[in-house]
Design a protein around this ligand. Structure first.
Ligand SMILES: O=C(O)CCC(=O)C(=O)O
Ligand SMILES: [Fe+2]
Length: 256
């Protein structure tokens, strides 16, 4: 199987280094610079997405479920601070993910991830000088499953960028919300974070991602969440991981 058959390469010329390629990469760079988010709508065309849904349906039984309560920073509580402080605002998180080794040798998702032009193109869009596929056999490319009652509450990522492919939406809910550049390396901006947690609409953008949309997101400084979702249909998202060092794998604790 040739992964380029799944990607709408007529619209997204990710393979060539011609003029259309530069225009596309420049556009993505501008979007990422402006607010840390770039979306390629219909990256996998509607006529091809059913095969990816079928792949997710096939591996969903291998999902590891997780339930926890977390603040936006994945840290412990700080009882010395006021209850409204962002460090003290804990939310339920539940989701499941299918580890990378369960996708199987005939995985379309893995074929896209491992197709060399894909990583080169994402690297160009991000303008990263050091950029490698994650070497972790359990976590390099995973499928995230979110069911009714789930979602991913407000948080900052601990990694610099995330590349996700929307494969199936829940019946309702599950929209992606974010507040661009809310903090910086030197300013946590707890006042702004508190405002977002309280729902200040002037600080929040909502993205409705449809099956086949590819999202490149820089989540370390932009607070974001997946809104609660409802209905029997599972939300499927493939998460492609890239890192800045070759040969990196996760710690045994995290892998467990
Ligand atoms: O499921 C998504 O769309 C993104 C989830 C997210 O924010 C993350 O994995 O850090
Ligand atoms: Fe995130």
């Amino acid at each position: 199987m040739n992964p380029s058959e799944y990607i709408d390469t007529a619209r997204f010329t990710i393979e060539s280094a011609g003029r259309r390629y530069s225009v596309l990469v420049d556009q993505l760079r501008a979007d990422l610079q402006a607010d840390g988010c770039a979306v390629l709508k219909g990256f996998v065309g509607p006529e091809r997405i059913a095969d990816l849904v079928a792949e997710c349906d096939r591996v969903a039984k291998h999902g590891h479920r997780n339930f926890n309560r977390t603040n936006a920073y994945f840290t412990q509580d700080h009882p010395d601070l006021p209850a409204s402080h962002p460090l003290r605002r804990f939310y339920d998180r539940s989701n499941a993910f299918v580890p990378a080794d369960k996708l199987g040798a005939d995985s379309i998702i893995r074929a896209i991830y491992e197709w060399p032009p894909f990583a080169l193109f994402i690297q160009a869009a991000l303008g990263e000088s050091r950029f490698y596929r994650y070497a972790d056999p359990l976590a390099d490319v995973i499928v995230n499953l979110a069911e009714a009652g789930g979602g991913f509450p407000w948080h900052f990522d601990t990694n610099n960028f995330t590349v996700t492919l929307a494969i199936q939406n829940a019946d309702s809910g599950g929209d992606f919300q974010y507040s661009p550049r809310l903090r910086t390396p030197t300013d946590e901006n707890y006042t702004g974070v508190e405002a977002v947690l309280d729902g200040d609409p002037t600080l929040i953008r909502t993205l409705v991602l449809e099956p086949g949309d590819l999202q490149i997101f820089k989540g370390r400084y932009s607070l974001h969440r997946v809104m609660p979702l409802w209905g029997p249909r599972i939300r499927y998202v493939a998460i492609f991981s890239f890192v800045t060092e070759p040969g990196m794998v996760g710690s045994p604790e995290r892998t467990r």
